[in-house]
Design a protein around this ligand. Structure first.
Ligand SMILES: NC(=O)c1ccc[n+]([C@@H]2O[C@H](COP(=O)([O-])OP(=O)(O)OC[C@H]3O[C@@H](n4cnc5c(N)ncnc54)[C@H](OP(=O)(O)O)[C@@H]3O)[C@@H](O)[C@H]2O)c1
Length: 289
């Protein structure tokens, strides 16, 4: 007797969801979505990807696996729509949300008889022509993670299992976002200031010599040992940003962060000592701004 096809629901076929649907497509799989309330762009992507649109109740009852990949603000209501409609399969929760939020979703899915795998995605939507694969990180109970791993075997996606804790994949995403997105905010600010002075290409050229410390944590002891003077340097920068009409708060907060490390002047602290010093959330950090 032939096996029934595996049914996978894509919630929802945005740019990332539709690209993941493409790498999940296989003859023995049925890909569902629910287009009620979705935009024309999402409808077009679903059509192009050959997804079958069904009402949410049918999707929830027929899907063995659901993949949630939407904007973070709607991750919880999207999961609740699924649970309320009767889903009791495996939810791969791939949104950029806090571990705590992920676990709140998992509690509701478990109560409905389903299972959850925590997932996070780094890089652009997977595609054949990209120089490197998009990265998919998974965590959670082994039974669910193993199922998820067997789904994502396309070479456009590199899958890594982090561990058995629901929340690890989400935490990695937010640590990555802290550097990657907040770093871009600082790049925008620096360039806005440089442009004020006609120095954009000089800043770009100077930054091209820099290797980002987030990929070289062995630099942190040296960073910490010089932090005592970087607070003042950044307060100068913040005033210049402010006088140029640019937002200065990020840089004021960065200055306050370096102040927390001022005691490491001339020292060679371990990463653990540095992170412990950063964990002192006191009134100093709350009152800057
Ligand atoms: N794109 C990337 O490069 C990238 C990279 C890494 C990770 N990610 C992750 O992927 C997530 C989605 O990114 P994306 O680029 O695919 O965004 P997107 O193209 O804007 O897709 C978001 C999808 O969610 C749907 N949606 C929005 N609000 C909804 C709601 N209230 N109920 C149900 N569906 C809703 C959208 O439908 P409508 O079209 O109807 O609004 C759309 O189909 C991101 O938040 C991020 O966590 C993306």
């Amino acid at each position: 007797m032939t096996e029934p096809p595996l049914t996978i629901a894509i919630l929802h076929p945005g740019r990332m969801g539709a690209a993941l649907a493409t790498v999940l497509t296989a003859p023995e799989r049925r890909l569902l979505c629910c287009l009620e309330g979705r935009s024309e762009a999402t409808r077009q992507r679903a059509h192009d990807g050959g997804l079958i649109s069904v009402p949410m109740r049918q999707l929830a009852n027929e899907a063995d696996i659901a993949l949630s990949i939407v904007e973070p603000a709607v991750a919880y209501p999207v999961a609740m729509d699924l649970v309320t409609a009767g889903f009791h399969g495996l939810l791969i929760e791939a949104n950029a949300i806090r571990p705590q939020a992920l676990r709140a979703i998992a509690d509701r899915v478990h109560a409905g008889g389903g299972q959850v795998v925590d997932a996070s995605i780094m890089g652009p939507p997977p595609a054949r022509n990209l120089p490197q694969p998009t990265r998919l990180y998974l965590s959670g109970p082994t039974s669910g993670v193993d199922v998820a791993t067997t789904l994502f075997t396309a070479q456009e996606l590199r899958t890594t299992v982090l561990g058995e804790d629901l929340g690890q994949a989400s935490a990695l995403k937010l640590a990555h976002s802290t550097v990657h997105k907040a770093g871009r905010a600082l790049a925008l600010l620096g360039h806005a200031l440089a442009q004020e002075h006609g120095l954009s290409s000089e800043l770009a050229e100077e930054m091209s010599r820099w290797s980002h410390p987030a990929s070289n944590p062995e630099q942190f002891p040296s960073v910490a040992s010089r932090s005592w003077r970087w607070g003042d340097e950044l307060r100068e920068a913040a005033e210049e940003l402010h006088d140029s009409g640019l937002p200065s708060e990020l840089v004021v907060h960065a200055a306050a962060l370096f102040d927390l490390l001022a005691d490491f002047k001339g020292a060679s602290p371990t990463s653990e000592e540095i992170f412990n010093a950063l964990n002192r959330h006191g009134p100093d950090m709350d009152s800057v701004g």
